[in-house]
Ligand binder design. Structure first.
Ligand SMILES: CC(C)(COP(=O)(O)OP(=O)(O)OC[C@H]1O[C@@H](n2cnc3c(N)ncnc32)[C@H](O)[C@@H]1OP(=O)(O)O)[C@@H](O)C(=O)NCCC(=O)NCCS
Length: 192
């Protein structure tokens, strides 16, 4: 118990939180353990639906799972290996935007995202992508942005196309999801 508390206070206050204003409706808040309960609730409410698109939701069974995930991601975010932002729409948490990996030498970032099912169709992810790209390009940290999506995930392929990404190819059986290896479209957008 004591050990958990010490570990928590050490890691979660080491760096300042980061906020990105996307527009009047949306802002992004960098990952922090303080969001464990609300993120856990959001994931549980969407679990079956998210599981159709991503492999990790099945492993979320307790809020402690979410807390550990956020703590690990807090370190990775602030050390710039990855990025994880909670998406807020009208001050309510509605999803997550991430760079699942940043390759600093190549100035390349691999994008991930998901939304509360009922918050689709509002342009939240599209606006988020534009804001994050603008920030990382203006800071000179990333110039190539990549979205990888299984070919059957219509909404995600649409997100890439809607936001000016170019289909670069199809990676064969590249993503294991729900017991099968799926072909994956890879999209790139280069900003220099
Ligand atoms: C992928 C996912 C984030 C897409 O959500 P989405 O709502 O379609 O994406 P956006 O937030 O960019 O919104 C775009 C939609 O809002 C509409 N929209 C409304 N206002 C808009 C605006 N100002 N700008 C852009 N789009 C707008 C668009 O027309 C589009 O709807 P449509 O597809 O019916 O035409 C969502 O389906 C999801 O979370 N899926 C499960 C997880 C997942 O698949 N993640 C990706 C794994 S690779």
């Amino acid at each position: 118990m004591t050990e958990t508390k010490n570990e928590s206070s050490l890691t979660q206050s080491q760096w300042s939180d980061e906020i990105i204003e996307v527009n009047d409706d949306i802002y992004l808040h960098s990952v922090n353990e303080k969001f464990s309960e609300s993120l856990f609730t959001l994931v549980k409410r969407n679990q079956a639906w998210l599981q159709a698109a991503m492999d990790w939701p099945r492993y979320v069974t307790t809020s402690e799972d979410t807390r550990k995930t956020l703590m690990a991601n807090y370190l990775l975010h602030h050390r710039h290996y990855t990025k994880m932002y909670l998406i807020f729409y009208h001050n309510e948490m509605v999803g997550v935007f991430s760079f699942n990996l940043i390759e600093p030498a190549n100035k390349t970032a691999y994008i991930g995202y998901w939304l509360d099912e009922k918050m689709q169709g509002l342009g939240i992810i599209s606006a988020t992508i534009e804001a994050v790209i603008a920030k990382f390009v203006s800071e000179g940290r990333v110039r190539r942005f990549v979205i990888k999506s299984i070919v059957t995930n219509k909404a995600s392929n649409q997100v890439a196309l809607r936001n000016g990404f170019t289909l670069e190819g199809c990676l064969k059986q590249a993503e294991f999801l729900n017991g099968q290896y799926h072909d994956q479209n890879i999209y790139g957008r280069i900003e220099s």
